[in-house]
Design a protein around this ligand. Structure first.
Ligand SMILES: C[S@@+](CC[C@H](N)C(=O)[O-])C[C@H]1O[C@@H](n2cnc3c(N)ncnc32)[C@H](O)[C@@H]1O
Length: 292
């Protein structure tokens, strides 16, 4: 009833795929131009596939040797492929929960604890969860990993929904802190496992959302066309407010790999808001095993 799978499915269903394809086209084409040199004849795993609206799928399929797409929402992937007239036979589907937390009915427990306003219980529960093993069940190795923005989707929006329902506003921060702690540990484990799915010296193309602006925000209008200003603005923001999950996830992955390049992009999410996305190209470094 409170599963992550149902939550993400309901959220994905609110998106008009055809509209998003139009709105996001130049955003996805711009990024494609940057990572195209890394695609040729590669075996690719794409994480956070969703409707695949941020990928020009025919162009991508023309380059790679094969592609596996991963998301918790199989329907979203099917609908997304249909919208781009791609035959499902050209793709391998992998449906899975990257957190593995639906297996332990995570949000059912969380809702019970929030209903009881049991902050100590929440802390205890999250401590136990943070020690759980994570198994993404991705049993193959790939040359290239492509990651569509997903860190900011992990647990937080769903938790905030229940928090708004059961806990009064002044207490929210007390209840948020243990969750953010848990998510950061989870992201570290997810990133380790994702890196394990790539061959030595394989590449990672990662897109992650850092900030969100309303389209008529004067700050956005001031910096939108100037990449240097974006970098400067973000650095100041970082000092003042610290990292969000999108930035934390990408930085954590970058620290475990070698960075080749990065660029900033505006993701015109809908008619009202735009997200600042960082695209990074990373390389898996080979870990030498100690000889005895
Ligand atoms: C913001 S979307 C990325 C954009 C997407 N490529 C598109 O074009 O629709 C994030 C995706 O992450 C997926 N997701 C969220 N939590 C997940 C989880 N625990 N396991 C696997 N996928 C998850 C969602 O279903 C969603 O499709």
């Amino acid at each position: 009833m409170y599963s992550i799978k149902d939550y993400q499915h309901t959220l994905n269903k609110t998106i008009d795929i055809k509209k998003a394809l139009d709105l996001w086209q130049s955003y996805s084409d711009d990024m494609y131009t940057l990572y195209k040199p890394y695609l040729l004849n590669k075996k690719v795993l794409l994480i956070g596939a969703g409707h695949l609206t941020d990928f020009p799928m025919s162009k991508l399929l023309n380059q790679v040797s094969n592609i596996t797409i991963y998301d918790i929402d199989k329907d979203a992937m099917s609908l997304g492929l249909k919208a781009q007239n791609i035959n499902e036979d050209e793709i391998t589907f992998l449906t899975g929960d990257i957190t593995s937390l639906d297996n332990v009915n995570f949000f059912e427990q969380v809702v019970l604890l929030l209903q009881a306003k049991d902050l100590e219980g929440i802390k205890r529960f999250f401590r136990i969860i943070s020690h759980m093993n994570l198994d993404l069940s991705i049993n193959s190795k790939y040359d290239l990993l492509i990651i569509s923005p997903f860190y900011t989707q992990l647990l937080l929006p769903q938790y905030l929904m229940y928090l708004n329902e059961f806990i009064i506003k002044p207490k929210h921060n007390e209840y948020l802190e243990p969750l953010l702690n848990l998510i950061s540990k989870l992201i570290n484990k997810i990133n380790e496992q994702l890196i394990n799915c790539i061959n030595d010296y394989g590449k990672i193309i990662i897109m992650s959302d850092y900030l969100e602006f309303i389209l008529d925000d004067p700050k956005y209008l001031e910096i939108k066309n100037n990449k240097l200003e974006i970098e400067k603005y973000y650095q100041k923001y970082l000092v003042k407010y610290g990292q969000g999950l999108g930035s934390y996830g990408q930085t954590n992955l970058t620290e475990k790999t070698k960075s080749i390049n990065h660029s900033w992009h505006w993701w015109p999410f809908n008619e009202k808001k735009v997200l600042l996305v960082k695209l990074s190209i990373l390389e898996k470094v080979k870990v030498e095993k100690d000889g005895i």
